[in-house]
Design a protein around this ligand. Structure first.
Ligand SMILES: [Zn+2]
Length: 476
């Protein structure tokens, strides 16, 4: 069967549930996309230049793909992944593509295969099944499409029917690309492309160049970041600048979900770290304390807080040494939420003005910790399965493990969290199909009437993310 004609993709195999899933999916398949969190480079849309060759678009930047080949002994340099020291890597797009196609069987049963196949068929209208034999044919077809004006980033944005896309920037970013987008009518508050405040590089004491970054934060804002009070003032000032550029949320990538109020000791820890004399435990304590500070800032300025804990960054040290961050060397770890979040929840958990969206890389916490927390605190919502968990099987298990305790309305809607612009419509489509299948089962088991399932699926696909992330009622 050609990959494009799979109308029942991911729907239940049982015929009566499949029929219900079709009906439910029909209500959301064409709805606009709300993408509240991701890592698309804003320059892509600000500059609207043609994409490079198929390999540089689809393979080189996709760490899901390059890490799988690495796991079978193919070094990332052979797939064109840049090196830190500038030593040479493969630059021929066609050679990269052929090498990738030779290993395509590795992706059987993975979401990467599903996303890429659906990208070929739905975005590029190419039905040829990828294999070592068809590698050149698929590459040439993709390259031909990419050369045309219909495949410029802004044209694709329109075709994908994206209503809002949030990118993610450091407080040290000058937001110049977002200013250009605003000048073109694409950005700014209520715009189609907005930013997200992600302060990890000025908060995590173990971040390379943390102290230099804090100096820079002072230069950008005119605040004295030699003092803790000046540091907080500088962060508040950057948050205001981000809000002016359209941001509605902040994002915090910590190793753990730990929160802590250091009180007056926060300034002492900050001073030690600024003098290069941080003590063991300072880094985790300071990060935990800053989550409370950011919650306080959120109460004032209204930014929704997203918390992304649980990744051991750069676990593959060889990979990090050669190719740097975010190239597939991170590994999830056990993550605890109940005790970790208690200080934050004691302080602000019942305040409906605060909105914290929790993500996890530890699936075991869905039933035991996250659903009970989100089902009992006004400030908490559950984010969609993220990264290693962004897959049809886990999206399904997420609904199965969370709904009975937290319901649907303590979840925040699907988040693609992707760097891969062309995969955005595909990923949202997968989530909508899985939700249609889950709701179809509830209907078939007489646990939910069809009209309420119909309302729910539209809420999950569109209304909830828009409301949770404060994208307002603006229509495209
Ligand atoms: Zn992210």
């Amino acid at each position: 069967m050609p990959t494009s004609t799979r109308p029942d993709l991911l729907f239940p195999a049982e015929p009566s549930q499949r029929a219900l899933a079709r009906e439910l999916y029909a209500l959301v398949g064409q709805l606009p996309i709300i993408s509240p969190h991701g890592h698309v480079d804003p320059a892509l849309l600000a500059e609207d230049q043609p994409f490079p060759d198929p390999s540089r678009l689809l393979i080189v930047p996709d760490h899901y793909l390059t890490r799988m080949l690495l796991s079978q002994g193919v070094p990332p340099a052979e797939l064109g992944v840049p090196t830190r020291d500038g030593s040479p890597v493969e630059t021929d797009g066609r050679r990269i593509w052929r090498r990738f196609a030779e290993h395509w069987h590795l992706f059987r049963g993975t979401p990467s295969r599903l996303w890429l196949e659906q990208t070929f068929t739905k975005v590029f209208d190419i039905d040829t099944r990828l294999s070592p034999q068809t590698a050149d044919e698929v590459y040439d077809a993709l390259a031909a499409k990419l050369a045309g004006p219909d495949f410029r980033p802004r044209a694709l944005f329109e075709r994908f029917n994206i209503e809002v896309l949030a990118t993610t920037e450091s407080p040290l970013d000058d937001l110049g690309q977002h200013a250009k987008l605003a000048a073109d009518g694409w950005g700014g508050p209520g715009g189609r492309v907005v930013t997200t405040f992600r302060p990890d590089d000025v908060v995590d004491l173990e971040f390379e160049d943390w102290s230099a970054n804090v100096d820079r934060l002072g230069e950008i804002t005119g605040e004295d970041t030699g003092t803790y009070a000046g540091y907080l003032a500088a962060l508040r000032s950057r948050r205001e600048a981000f809000i002016t550029a359209g941001a509605t949320s902040s994002d915090h990538g910590h190793r753990t979900a730990r929160t802590l109020d250091l009180g007056a000791n926060a300034a002492a820890v900050f001073d030690r770290a600024r003098r290069g004399r941080a003590e063991p435990g300072d880094s985790e304590a300071f990060g935990a304390h800053m989550l409370l500070e950011f919650a306080r800032m959120s109460l004032d300025d209204g930014l929704v807080m997203q918390l992304h804990p649980g990744a051991v960054r750069n676990h593959n040290r060889w990979l990090y040494a050669r190719h740097g961050r975010d190239v597939g060397g991170d590994i999830p770890q056990v993550t605890e939420y109940v005790h970790a979040l208690a200080p934050l929840l004691d302080a602000y958990g019942n305040d409906p003005r605060l909105r914290v969206v929790l993500y996890t890389l530890d699936e075991d916490t869905f039933t035991r910790e996250l659903a009970p927390l989100a089902g009992g605190y006004a400030a908490l919502l559950l984010g969609a399965p993220w990264w290693f968990l962004d897959s049809p099987e886990v999206l399904r298990r997420f609904r199965e493990t969370v709904t009975e305790t937290a319901g649907f309305y303590n979840t925040a809607g699907f988040v693609d969290d992707t760097r891969a612009f062309c995969s955005i419509p595909v990923r949202h489509d997968v989530a909508r199909r899985v939700d249609a299948g889950f709701l179809a089962r509830l209907v078939a088991e007489h646990r939910l009437p069809m009209d309420e399932a119909a309302e729910t699926i539209v809420d999950l696909a569109y209304r909830l993310p828009k409301q949770v992330f404060k994208f307002g009622e603006r229509q495209p």
